[in-house]
Design a protein around this ligand. Structure first.
Ligand SMILES: [Zn+2]
Length: 1123
């Protein structure tokens, strides 16, 4: 296909009739998209349900039913009417075909007077070849930039959330980037200066691992995918074999190389999706200018006192030896912990409550329950709820052996219950019955007391004999599980930590970076807390008669999202951002942002209000350094405005590698240089969420033309705790405002059955395969980017969305039909000149009504774009362009277009309507289907000029269609009447179909239709249409029959000779009688309509009156003249 720069490409078909012949035949078979639709849609509906076809997850019925209606509407009376429509619309086409074939001498007599559709715009998209050609056209001519430069309707900044520069793209990336592109392209047509800077997140552990050792990496990934190796083992081997020989700088260089290569690959795919953006200047979090802007944000937070260093429990991943953020955790199904009911012996009670408990000493114990026995060595207190009622219980004879009872799993009773002398236990009163059945023992309540009575009792730690207090904990202590008394280890839990602060408890955490017990853990030293260490603690406690029972416990437990291994809570020295300091400002800002869907506001509010301080340090090499020095002896940190500024300016010039290769002396500002020998550099880097969370500062505030806050952020729903939140926090802390004014979230992409995609299930849909086709998959031809984009537009992205082969087939089908609709428009406008347009006031009613429908569609589609509800656009377009137009207007129009006469009023009037449709439809679909729209535009057979007089060589140089209020102002009674006509037409078709089945008629043009109604108003309107002053509005043209007669009564044997009839209710009230007989007169050779006039014109004895008039004035077209 040749690209035509002027936008005009009027292709004259070959003058050679031998070339013409097959083409015309093709037209005859395919020119009507209606036919394709009516047959195929029908079969697809019978095979699948509309629900599975369109895949709205969480689809409510009101979302599904309109679709069902559409599909039913398209096949309005089932398979049979599909074939009648074929017959019906065949008349002019078949006549034309036969004429042009010149099968018999006289058949070809009028072929030069027939206007067949012509276009070079292919029926087949051939997207795999054509889309890259179109993209090249855009690139070569810098169309995006030119449109942005031209537009003057203000800025629109959609700020890109950076994907991780790590591995290939998946369908979630495609959904995300295409949604953004649909919005950007819509805004372009709306005259906005659209700024879209694509970004990549380049630091962090997975890239560090990957950049680190390519061979190990491949093995690692392959093994992971095939579930054949344990990631930890490979990580360990990587640590030993590869990692240690690398200096930090070598490692960073490899990681940077890997990240940049990945950026390149991913960028290529994004471009192939048809995404427009500033691809030559993307933002990468590893770029020096980005890193220095990030240091600046950090510095501002530090100088405002929001950054502090503290020992605090954080999520720690022993498998990757680093602290993790909430967003780096996942909670896989099926985690089982070893839980224990343990007891701690009380040694004293405060004077206030001693009296209550005196009688039970010295055999009185607190019973606790924990799912992490390895934290017992770090136990510092037992917490109770002051308001709960507790009971002192006596354990009587064991009822049964619980370990043997059914359903008990692997419960194991502790030694203390097997002995003769059993201690008194304190548990929450409400839990006594539950514990009775769990432990399989009779529990007798000896006394009850309040939790507050237990405060300041002291007990002996079962492992190292420390005396520890009973404390009052928070509302987190309930009677939902456990014993109502909570083992408190402030070094290993968030709530424990808070309680510890309140009571000044020691923050013990005798666990090292690898998750092994440290020296402080004494006898357990060196054991793995998630493995043998845990077992050893349980066994030791049991030996000390401190275990009541042990049982496996299935629950949600945080895993490292990268290594897929369990994490622990562990107190370490870390850097924190104090969220408490600006939480309220963040909450206020959330209220100012527009959240789509609305529920998202609750989500981010809940997450922001409940989040703890943000641990921003990581023990990694591949990242932006925390710009801090520590005193060699005192370990006191040195970090202030001056030092941070100095480091910032170094990094902005040399990149963050400078932190590793420059000396302390060089990195310190002048003032501190003489003390350089007292300091050493910190080795922590920043959490990658701090990297990406600074993008508003590094991109929106630093680049020309952009603005902060951005107009929009658009990411997956998981970013409420990720990027949306980290961006909000950094921006609030330093600027006091949110970095966005609108946030849109989308769900996850699942397979057709709603299952998560995974290699092992074999249900992964890869975006590149969808577009380009599989290399060796027979059943997966390339669909092109537009089909993928059509799918994106079809789903309600606010929930999870589904995709699979069946969905894609449906999308290809709809795409093809839409293409057919556009081809119909193009091919019937091949000789169109906008100057020949018929003024609105002169248009026939059918044409005014068509424009009324078009403008309603444009208006509704515009509203749906404004509300970002693309699935509504998909539904409207599908219904209107593919169904409504093809079933009615296009079908009826063929007669006028083909045989109405080249320059006749009826044909020009129809073309006026078709041109309006083409120009509107191509523009409203352009944001979703840019390649298709451009392909149409490049084949546009006439010049289009924008309202401001500028020309549009490319589709995006046009403007959004402004709707015409006059077209919308069609009187209500006319709209109502056309509704009745359409319904009546459907009923007439049913009677015609019966007549056809019974062989009375072949084509609908063989028929005459009789109508009678007692509804005087309707009857007079129908009479009026039979006598319409213009051919287009006459009723028999609308029914595509040769004649229509309105009977004024049913009496006097008027209907006796009419063989087929039926009675119908139109719009549920007007009763209409419909009859069908063979048409009167003879068949016109040119148009195949029957008419008594045929034979009455001596020069043209085979023509009807209409054709006689047309032929009389029809000039000889050049094409026909040659043949
Ligand atoms: Zn005729």
């Amino acid at each position: 296909m040749q690209m035509n720069g002027s936008g005009i490409s009027l292709q004259i078909l070959s003058a050679n009739s031998s070339v013409l012949t097959p083409r015309v035949e093709k037209m005859a078979m395919r020119a009507s998209p209606y036919r394709v639709l009516s047959q195929r849609t029908c079969s697809s509906v019978s095979k699948t349900t509309a629900v599975s076809v369109f895949n709205f997850r969480n689809s409510s019925l009101d979302k599904v039913f309109p679709l069902l209606n559409i599909t039913h509407y398209s096949t309005y009376s089932g398979e049979k009417s599909g074939s009648i429509s074929k017959r019906r619309s065949r008349g002019p086409v078949m006549a034309a075909k036969k004429a042009s074939e010149g099968a018999k001498q006289e058949d070809g007599r009028y072929k030069h007077t027939v206007d067949l559709p012509k276009t070079k715009f292919g029926m087949r998209a051939n997207s795999v070849v054509r889309e890259p050609e179109i993209q090249k056209l855009w690139d070569d001519n810098q169309v995006f930039k030119r449109v942005v430069d031209r537009n003057n309707g203000g800025n629109f900044v959609l700020h890109d959330g950076p994907p991780y520069a790590n591995g290939d793209l998946h369908m979630g990336h495609a959904l995300n980037k295409i949604l953004k592109d649909i919005i950007n392209r819509y805004k372009l047509l709306q005259n906005y200066k659209v700024h879209y800077v694509p970004g990549w997140d380049c630091h962090g552990l997975p890239i560090e691992l990957k950049g680190n050792s390519t061979i190990s990496l491949k093995r690692f990934l392959l093994g992971l995918l095939c579930n054949q190796i344990r990631p930890r083992k490979v990580l360990q081997s990587m640590d030993q074999d590869a990692r240690k020989e690398l200096t930090p700088l070598k490692l960073r260089a490899k990681a940077a190389k890997f990240a940049k290569e990945t950026v390149k690959t991913q960028m290529k795919s994004f471009k192939r999706f048809g995404v427009w953006g500033d691809w030559n200047n993307p933002y990468l979090t590893l770029n020096p200018d980005y890193e220095s802007a990030q240091i600046e944000v950090f510095g501002q937070m530090a100088t405002q006192g929001y950054i502090y260093r503290g020992r605090k429990p954080v999520h720690w991943s022993p498998s990757s030896c680093t602290a993790l953020a909430e967003a780096e955790l996942e909670y896989p199904e099926g985690h089982i912990s070893k839980s224990i009911y343990a007891i701690f012996r009380l040694v004293s009670a405060p004077a206030t409550s001693y009296g209550l408990l005196e009688e039970f000493f010295p055999d009185l114990c607190l019973a606790i329950w924990t799912t992490t026995p390895w934290t017992v060595p770090a136990n510092a207190a037992v917490a109770v709820n002051a308001k709960l009622q507790y009971a002192v219980i006596e354990v009587h004879s064991l009822l049964e052996d619980v370990s043997a009872s059914p359903g008990s799993g692997k419960r194991r009773l502790g030694n203390v219950l097997k002995g003769q002398r059993k201690p008194f236990l304190i548990v929450a009163s409400d839990l006594v019955p539950i514990l009775e059945s769990k432990w399989g023992a009779k529990l007798v309540v000896k006394k009850t007391l309040l939790g507050s009575d237990l405060e300041n009792c002291r007990y002996i730690h079962p492992i190292d004999n420390r005396e520890c207090p009973v404390v009052i904990g928070g509302d987190y202590i309930t009677t939902e599980s456990g014993t109502g008394l909570v083992h408190t280890a402030p070094g290993h839990g968030q709530e424990d930590y808070a309680t510890g602060l309140k009571y000044g408890l020691p923050i013990l955490s005798p666990v090292d970076d690898n998750g092994k017990f440290s020296e402080e853990a004494g006898q357990f030293r060196g054991l793995d807390v998630l493995g043998d260490g845990n077992v050893a603690v349980v066994n030791y406690l049991d030996e000390q008669l401190s275990i009541i029972m042990e049982e496996p416990y299935k629950h949600k437990y945080p895993y490292d999202w990268r290594t897929k291994k369990p994490t622990i809570f562990r107190a370490t020295e870390q850097w924190f951002a104090s969220v408490e300091g600006f939480r309220q400002a963040a909450m206020d800002a959330i209220g100012q942002v527009t959240w789509i869907p609305e529920q998202a506001e609750n989500r981010i509010s809940a997450m922001t209000s409940s989040r703890s301080d943000w641990c921003i340090s990581r023990q990694r090499t591949w990242g932006v350094p925390i710009p801090v020095f520590y005193h060699v002896h005192s370990k006191e940190p040195l970090m202030n405005e001056e030092t941070i500024d100095h480091i910032k300016s170094i990094i902005s010039e040399k990149g963050s590698d400078a932190w590793w290769y420059m000396t302390v002396e060089e990195l310190l500002p002048e003032k501190y240089r003489n003390k350089a020998s007292d300091y050493q550099k910190g080795t922590d880097t920043m959490d990658v969420w701090f990297d990406s969370g600074s993008s508003w500062a590094a991109v929106l505030e630093k680049r020309n033309g952009l603005n902060c806050p951005a107009d929009m952020y658009l990411e997956g729903t998981d970013q409420h705790r990720g990027w949306f939140q980290s961006s909000l926090l950094t921006s609030i802390a330093t600027k006091g405002k949110a970095p966005y004014s609108c946030v849109i979230t989308h769900g996850f992409v699942l397979d057709e059955k709603g299952l998560k995609m995974s290699k092992s299930l074999g249900n992964v849909v890869d975006p590149n395969t969808v577009i380009e086709g599989g290399t060796n998959t027979k059943g997966a031809p390339g669909c092109g980017a537009d089909v993928l984009r059509l799918w994106v537009s079809s789903v309600d992205y606010t929930g999870d969305v589904l995709i699979g082969p069946q969905v894609l087939r449906q999308m290809s089908d709809i795409y093809r039909k839409l293409r057919g609709t556009l081809r119909y428009l193009l091919s019937n406008l091949h000789d169109w000149n906008p100057e020949s347009a018929v003024p609105y006031s002169s248009l026939p009613m059918i044409d005014q009504h068509a424009l009324f429908q078009l403008e309603n569609v444009v208006k509704n589609i515009t509203e749906s774009y404004e509300n970002y509800q693309f699935y509504k656009i998909f539904q409207i377009i599908q219904r209107f362009a593919i169904v409504d137009l093809s079933n009615f207007y296009f079908d009826v129009a063929k007669d006028r277009l083909y045989v109405g006469g080249t320059m006749s009023f009826t044909r020009r009037s129809c073309q006026t309507v078709l041109a309006a449709h083409l120009l509107s439809i191509v523009r409203v679909i352009a944001p979703i289907l840019p390649h298709l729209a451009e392909d149409v535009w490049q084949n546009l057979p006439f010049q289009h000029t924008n309202e401001d007089g500028s020309s549009a060589t490319y589709i995006f140089q046009t403007r959004w269609p402004a709707w015409n209020e006059r077209w919308l102002a069609l009187p209500v009674e006319d709209v109502d009447f056309w509704g009745k006509i359409l319904e009546l037409r459907t009923e007439v078709n049913k009677v015609l179909e019966t007549a056809r089945t019974e062989k009375l008629i072949g084509s609908s043009l063989d028929a005459k239709v009789y109508l009678h109604t007692a509804d005087a108003y309707l009857s007079s309107k129908l009479h009026g249409m039979c006598a319409a002053s213009n051919d287009a509005d006459t009723l028999h043209r609308i029914f595509i029959t040769s004649q229509v007669e309105i009977l004024s009564s049913m009496e006097n044997g008027l209907t006796e000779n009419i063989p087929y009839m039926g009675e119908y209710l139109i719009q549920g009230k007007s009763r209409v009688w419909i009859g069908v007989s063979r048409a009167e007169g003879s068949k016109c050779e040119r148009c195949w309509n029957y008419s008594p006039q045929v034979g009455s014109f001596s020069e043209h004895p085979t023509l009807c009156g209409r054709c006689y008039n047309v032929v009389g004035v029809q000039p000889l077209p050049a094409v026909a003249a040659v043949s």
